[in-house]
Unconditional design. Sequence first.
Lengths: 356, 356
Amino acid sequence: METLSKTFWIFDVNQPMPATLKDIAQKVGKSVTTVSRALHDYDDVSPETKALVRQAASELGYIPNILAQRLQKQRTDTLGFILPTFGPRFSDPFFSEFLAGIGNKATELGYDILVATRPPGEEELQAYRDIVQSYRVDGFIIVRTRRKDCRIQYLLETGFPFVAFGRTENAGPYPYVDEDGEYGMRLVVRHLARLGHRRIAFIGAPEDLMFAHCRKAGYLQGMEEAGLPIEASLITTGDLTQRGGYEKALQLLDTSPPPTAIAASNDLMALGAINAAQSRGLEVGRDIAITGFDNIPLAETSHPPLTTVHQPIYQIGHMACEMLVGIITGAQPHPESILLKPSLIVRQSCGVRVAA
Amino acid sequence: METLSKTFWIFDVNQPMPATLKDIAQKVGKSVTTVSRALHDYDDVSPETKALVRQAASELGYIPNILAQRLQKQRTDTLGFILPTFGPRFSDPFFSEFLAGIGNKATELGYDILVATRPPGEEELQAYRDIVQSYRVDGFIIVRTRRKDCRIQYLLETGFPFVAFGRTENAGPYPYVDEDGEYGMRLVVRHLARLGHRRIAFIGAPEDLMFAHCRKAGYLQGMEEAGLPIEASLITTGDLTQRGGYEKALQLLDTSPPPTAIAASNDLMALGAINAAQSRGLEVGRDIAITGFDNIPLAETSHPPLTTVHQPIYQIGHMACEMLVGIITGAQPHPESILLKPSLIVRQSCGVRVAA
DNA sequence: ATTGTAGACCAAAACGTTTTGGATGTCAAC
DNA sequence: GTTGACATCCAAAACGTTTTGGTCTACAAT
């Protein structure tokens, strides 16, 4: 570790003193009130004055002081986003894309974002309480909902605005955006069944996660629809990581007879499963079919490319953000929740027809 | 897409009207000034009064109004973070971890974060200008510095506080945190050379990126140190994605004689290279050595696990954030820049000794 | 002449904090 | 009994906006 011996940068801001409403008022010889109202296009200001004021404002390079506006309106123009995760080294391909979605929309709408990560549990809930009580944000975006979700309960109780990405089981109606994971997983199973697979294994995820629960329900339904028996030995639960998928897939490959297809609850585990199959000398897409869920960028470039279910995570971020701002500003106090129907992305990892 | 027929959630905030300094002042029969100063532990307030005020404050559940504080201090308590990226579907494993690093530190220090993404170029710079001029943030965190970096130039010119993750070539000294990529890549090449490799190929990245430039320089130096000839045909440039690494690796494998080792500029490309080698029937770690750089979470669970150079991205985020806040608050107006010495993580993808 | 109305404007309050520049009282030193 | 030092306190200004609750003028209707 090296340190500079001498440093020279200077952080004296070189910008001109910003103009205020008062400056404009002085310049045009009107009151601050009139100037403010002129700039907001109120109709108790004469057209001439408006023109005058606008002219002066642009000459002085007037930019409203956001802090004063916020104090006056008692709004922070900030949205809270707490990612539930254990430790810093989480590998959630969602995060970047989803946050980019809400971030860009938020910037567009003039909002900031308060980002934090907390492990699910008491510490997490306390973070919500702290932020709510200190009025740091105008609303929250909740991700990775759980079947019993104390965050949603808390926010509903306090009446604090939020939008969730995902549904939950233990709370009345609330605004959310979600993708129909049950339907998506049914698409997967149906596709595999049509290709001739009968022993379709499933790598699920901890079922307190709402989406994991839905996807598993989809698997079960899909199997039933296809008239296939459900075997406990073909159903496992992973931890959503690539390593977890690897391990669970090895386990599944050891059952006899082994499954001819593995449907994973997410892409990361599917990628691990592909590695597992390959390490057993199987050719994925020929000897075994493996599918994922999410359609993360890596899915397209894996080898073989992964058959999966698309989840438009960036757009979901956009929608959630827009919905939340609608609630906060009162434009859409009770927006309609959105449930997206996903589509199947067929790539090579599921192969073609199985030799019966 | 389904819509709810009826919605019931209510966003009337259920919280008690928050107490203000005035309320406390009334309760204890002192002035607002004294209350404020008591809570800030000024020494022109008697211990008795302080106790009284603190008691009352906690009884009333006083929480300072952050907006009023910000207006008064003329500070936003917000840090700007604009990720340079093309399109929403970027797959930057850094992003999540780095942002978690700055996010958690920022929350700890009472700061919010304004997040956005912009493609590098004019639009990006305009975003910086807009945000600076509207006083939306107190400082910026810059990532993925470029050899000629207009963001850094602009911020230095205007004297606006920032900290960069990465160095640049076209600006005087400024505060940064960086990892010595040159050194890291030298470690890689040295290690490969010691294992007996002589034809070590390199997959670089666009050289306008400062880190890419450094890593390539490290490769060249490492080769020279090892007394190995540098062959133009063994040096390529990828786009940092897995797919890019895949394609470039295929290309490299087609040279004759082919390289016995491929050092990629980042892990994602290395993972692609592993796929490429495998698609040619090579066993990575035996028939060919492949190394990455970054030590992203995926590197550990790939097959084979990836030899790479560790970059403590979360901690770098932490440091950058802390440094920036130091600059903003004036506690550390001229912090020492930090250059971290990386360490090599040897896993199976580089194999052991090469059969000469 | 009075009343009403509409158009144009604005002083002051409000948002809740921090800081400035004293004021007041007490006690010791001279 | 004056002076200075110290401890304690506070009114008012400041931050820059938006909103409230008007006023004033001109002109038309009565």
